[in-house]
Design a protein around this ligand. Sequence first.
Ligand code: PLP
Length: 289
Amino acid sequence: MSKKELYFKCENFQKTGSFKARGALNAIKTSLEKGEVPARIVTHSSGNHGQAVAWASRQLGLPCTVVVPQGTPTVKCEAIKEYGAELVFCTPSPTGRKEAADRIASETNGLIIHPYDDYNVIAGQGTIGLELLDEVPDLDIILVPISGGGMTSGIAIAAHHINPKCQVIAVEPVGKNLQESLQAQERKWENPPQFLNTIAEGIKTQQVGHLTFPILCNLVKQVVTVTDQEMADGCKILAERMKLVVEAASGAAVAAALSKQVEYMPGLKIGVILCGGNLDMDSLPWQNI
Ligand SMILES: Cc1ncc(COP(=O)(O)O)c(C=O)c1O
């Protein structure tokens, strides 16, 4: 029997444990190359971008502050501090995150590195697509877990230029309703922006960004929606079969690969982005449902 062929991009092995190191380093380095030397790097994050920015700032010798929502997994908070950044908690909402980071940046003359609405962050995340298609040029599909859309936009741009037949599919938690906004080519979400109620904190932002939205409208034709249970099952299968421990957002891509929402054709080649592996070992996704 001909089966789907799955190709895993293991960003859980990336520096800082997620793909976010790519965009963070590219954005900070690009601003330094322009001759801008900020007094401080500031960001807000669900945890992985914060770790990446803390790590990249230390590599480049810059002080850093990271704002995370209360309730962010301990493993992500501890790593941010270990990479040498100051950690600040905020009220758990997109607006709370942004306001806290804006205030700190204006008080410290800091430079904000946005988690997704920054072309240099998008370009950095796009290198995932370059590497994956370099190794497997004839992929039919790439499944990308989506939050603000930086990673999906970057990979979609790379795929569009390298292999336009390769379809980038965004994988979202229940309640995001991205397809509705993409189809209408108009932001259909209610304001103020909300966090979704999901075990995958990496992909809990409901609205995509203002820079990423037009890119997604142009290049992403399909969205797959997965439940928390499916993400947890995806993580469990990876642990059992591949001996890989990943966070729930990565489980979303696995769930999509196994889902009937991805139309099956014999020999279909699917890229599965395992976007991150940062999780509290005492709170594994399948124990968290
Ligand atoms: C593990 C993981 N996967 C996916 C995403 C989504 O990335 P983006 O906001 O670029 O869509 C994030 C964002 O924090 C993440 O941490």
